[in-house]
Write a protein that binds this ligand. Structure first.
Ligand code: 5GP
Length: 116
């Protein structure tokens, strides 16, 4: 797998506003937030996307959702709700080839999913 911006963030080669870190996962604020709260939860393992994840990655992907839930709780957006989004590949709009879960909230969000 080729190097990318998120691998550089994991290696602390470029800065990020990190809100959670453990041995397997990292979560940091999106540099171009689409909502008052916009956090990306990523595995430290270089998994490119849902398309290429292996069955053995299921636990780590599940843990991404638990961490996103806990961050939402800590940032007090749990009660009002939030969105969790994973883009997959070109048509899904995935820009960075490293699996990431978007946590979006802090305001009521529109549904703007439509073909380009
Ligand atoms: P995608 O479109 O692949 O689902 O989302 C990639 C996300 O990564 C975008 O929301 C974009 O703003 C964010 N992003 C890209 N480069 C950086 C960066 O260097 N730092 C941070 N914090 N976020 C980034």
């Amino acid at each position: 797998m080729q190097d990318n911006i998120f691998l550089k963030i994991i290696r602390k080669e470029i800065p990020a506003d990190i809100v959670y870190e453990d041995a397997e996962l990292l979560a940091f604020r999106d540099i171009h937030p689409l909502a008052p709260v916009h956090i990306l939860v990523i595995p430290k393992k270089p998994i490119e996307s849902i398309t290429t994840m292996e069955p053995e990655d299921a636990l780590i992907v599940g843990k991404m959702f638990l961490v996103a839930r806990d961050i939402a709780r800590d940032l007090n957006i749990s009660e009002k709700g939030y969105k969790l989004l994973i883009r997959v590949g070109h048509d899904g709009g995935q820009e960075v080839p490293h699996l990431h879960l978007h946590l979006l909230g802090g305001a009521r969000l529109t549904e703007n999913i439509h073909p380009i």
